[in-house]
Structure formats: structure tokens, C-alpha cells
Ligand binder design. Structure first.
Ligand SMILES: [Zn+2]
Length: 259
């Protein structure tokens, strides 16, 4: 058991390092900049950050969220993304151990967190993530012995189709586009990785999350429903909850009947 904890902590740091890279991608990808060079630098004074100050979470805490050179404030979002990635990687490893699924789900978590923050910043879910995610998810299902291809294949159609239908009805009744094409592709991607059984849970859980966070946000900002909050992060979080926790029998929480 104690070896499990040591190993899981290592995986947490492994994830946090990927979180550090995710921060670079989140900032640079929408600007079409290279994600490998130049090396990490302060967004204000452009001074490069030495490797010993590029340790996930710790560096930010040690420097109290300021650049060492110019004392410019560095957003708390950087350590948050690093922590989230570490947490998701550790939790996935804890549940699935040394398996092909763990590898697949870590890639999935990395891409979901990264694209969610791009969605929060720019209200877009890049096709580069969603479309390649669908292809990679189907490919994974074909070679991963723990997943069934048909399950993933149907997941793509139910996931994509479900939101497409909602978007269609929303358009017919409200004459506005309520659901972005990116969300439709995202749910298809989730279907490819989490399978067809995940779709209903992900749709319901993300809607509940969206309603709760949206209401709190509205109370605070008082600018009404028109403020667009992207839906991608809720879908992503619901998909990760589905993978990390054993929610396969979630319907019984509402209908506690055994057959
Ligand atoms: Zn600086």
C-alpha cells in the first residue's frame, strides 16, 4: 500500500510536468506560436525562466506568484493547471494501474485540460484536439484489449448526434446558435474514448455543473444569461469524473431498484 502511495505521488509529479507543458500550449497554440521554442519566459519582461525555477507548482509558491526579475504578477492559473494535470494523472493511474487504458486516458486528460483552458480564453475548441481525439480514441479502442471498438464507434455517433440534435432544435426554436460545433465534436471525442455508456452521464453531469456554476457566476456578475460561458470545460470535467470514479451504476443513485 505504501509503495502505491509513493508511486502515485511520482505519477502526480509526472502529470504536473505535463501540466507545465499544457500551460505553454494554452498560451501559444491559439497564437500559432511554436510550443517548443523559445523556452519558458516571463510574459512581462521576456526574461527566460531558469530550469530550477520551472518546477511545477513549487516555483510559483516559492516566488509568491511573481517574476523573479521584474516582480510582475504571474497568474495563479499556471499552478492550478499543473495541479489539475497531476491530480488527473495520479487518479487515473490509481484506478487503472499499469495498463494501456492508463496511457490512453492520460493523453485524453492532457488534451481535455489543455483544450478546456483554450475554450475558456477564446471560446473555441480547436479541431486539432477534437478531430484528432476522435481518430486517436477509435484507434485506441481497436488495439486496447480493455476497450471494445464497437462501444467507442457507437459512442462517437451518440455523442456527436446527441448535441447535434440539441443544437438543431435550439436553432429551430430560438433562431440562434446555442451549441457550438466544437462541443458537438468534443462529445463525439468523449464517446470515442469513454464509450457509448458514458454519454448520458456526461451530458447530465455537465449540465448540472454548468447550471450551478452559471447561476453562481450570474449572481456575482449580474449581467444576465447573455454572457457566454463555454460548455467545453463542463463536458471535459464530467468525462474525467466518469473515468476516475466508478460511476457505471450511476442510474441506481436515482432509481435504487435492483433487478
Ligand atoms: Zn518578468
Amino acid at each position: 500500500m505504501s509503495e502505491d502511495i509513493v508511486l502515485t505521488s511520482f505519477v502526480f509529479w509526472f502529470g504536473a510536468i505535463w501540466g507545465s507543458f499544457a500551460n505553454v500550449v494554452i498560451v501559444r497554440l491559439p497564437k500559432e506560436e511554436s510550443v517548443v521554442s523559445p523556452r519558458s519566459h516571463c510574459p512581462n519582461c521576456q526574461k527566460p525562466i531558469p530550469w530550477y525555477l520551472n518546477i511545477p507548482i513549487f516555483s510559483w509558491v516559492l516566488l509568491r506568484g511573481r517574476c523573479r526579475e521584474c516582480k510582475h504578477a504571474i497568474s495563479i492559473r499556471y499552478p492550478i493547471v499543473e495541479f489539475l494535470m497531476g491530480f488527473f494523472f495520479a487518479a487515473l493511474f490509481y484506478r487503472y494501474g499499469w495498463s494501456f487504458s492508463t496511457l490512453e486516458y492520460m493523453v485524453f486528460a492532457f488534451a481535455l485540460v489543455t483544450s478546456s483552458f483554450i475554450d475558456l480564453d477564446h471560446m473555441i475548441l480547436p479541431d486539432r484536439f477534437t478531430l484528432s481525439g476522435i481518430v486517436l480514441g477509435l484507434l485506441g479502442a481497436a488495439i486496447n484489449p480493455d476497450r471494445a471498438f464497437l462501444d467507442a464507434f457507437l459512442g462517437v455517433f451518440l455523442g456527436g448526434g446527441f448535441l447535434l440534435a440539441i443544437a438543431y432544435f435550439y436553432y429551430v426554436f430560438r433562431k440562434v446558435e446555442g451549441m457550438g460545433g466544437g462541443d458537438i465534436k468534443l462529445l463525439a471525442w468523449i464517446g470515442a474514448v469513454c464509450g457509448i455508456q458514458s454519454i448520458l452521464f456526461v451530458v447530465l453531469a455537465s449540465s448540472v455543473l454548468g447550471l450551478v456554476v452559471g447561476s453562481l457566476y450570474m449572481l456575482k456578475s449580474k449581467d444576465g444569461l447573455q454572457t457566454g460561458i463555454p460548455f467545453g470545460p463542463y463536458l471535459s470535467l464530467a468525462a474525467l469524473v466518469y473515468l476516475i470514479f466508478d460511476v457505471s451504476n450511476w442510474t441506481q443513485w436515482f432509481f435504487p431498484i435492483s433487478y
